[in-house]
Design a protein around this ligand. Sequence first.
Ligand SMILES: NC(=O)c1ccc[n+]([C@@H]2O[C@H](COP(=O)([O-])OP(=O)(O)OC[C@H]3O[C@@H](n4cnc5c(N)ncnc54)[C@H](OP(=O)(O)O)[C@@H]3O)[C@@H](O)[C@H]2O)c1
Length: 253
Amino acid sequence: MARSRANGCRGDGRLAYGTGVDPIAPPFPRDLGVVGAGRVGLALAALAEHAGIDVQVAASREPERIRAQVHAAAPGAHAATVEQVARSQVVVLALPLGKVRTLDAAMFNGVLVVDATNYWWELDGHLPQFEDLATSSSEQVQLLLPGARVVKSLNHLSAYALEELARPRGVADRLAVAVAGDHEADLRAVSALVDRLGFDPIAAGPLAEGMRFEPQTELFGADADAQEAREILDRFWDSQRGRVVGRARSREG
Ligand SMILES: NC(=O)c1ccc[n+]([C@@H]2O[C@H](COP(=O)([O-])OP(=O)(O)OC[C@H]3O[C@@H](n4cnc5c(N)ncnc54)[C@H](OP(=O)(O)O)[C@@H]3O)[C@@H](O)[C@H]2O)c1
């Protein structure tokens, strides 16, 4: 199902806006910070730029050392420091999960943070707090960034799907992206962002429910539309992974 992003764009290269979902006015967000200039960070930067959002991208390296790759992926986006990126209206975490603990948490106080990370022990090393199935990885991120308002989203599609399969609202084969968070206003805000980037946002409940679209779940890596994604999320607790998580939670509870 190779689909060109150009199919979903207006003539000027920006995703067309549909109608029907309450927009957060004025168009939200006006700017986006991305921590991580790898596959997913640059894919999201490109999508946001196409959607008319001002984008800043940071990595662990100095901005000069990522400027060329940021420019190649999203010519209007800016390479920046993490501190500069953290001043954006919304910040997406697109760095290895094991590196979140290296961030200066104070920079994210009061910031709406979208956690697009996943725990891969092969890459991150064994990190016990992320192997505790009683909590979702995003709840652990929230503990690492206690002053931030963390919402889990944009983690379960591949970078390829993010790069190639964004579509305007209303297009039949538009993919869904789950959104989980503890505050209604933040869920609405991140849903508006997801919609603007070219995907149907699916409300998945509080941050603990981010578990339902982590690695090893049916939705993870699946190119599902809104109805399919809803059904997959709804049957999570009957899945093998859901039963394992349920047992872990009942032991802790
Ligand atoms: N790849 C996918 O298909 C995909 C899809 C959805 C979600 N995700 C998740 O997104 C996260 C990133 O994946 P990726 O594939 O994009 O990784 P990647 O290509 O390896 O890129 C990681 C980026 O994070 C930056 N980084 C590392 N430590 C940092 C720090 N302390 N502060 C700021 N930036 C730092 C790196 O910058 P330096 O090189 O300067 O260190 C690099 O730009 C992972 O948790 C992954 O599970 C990946």
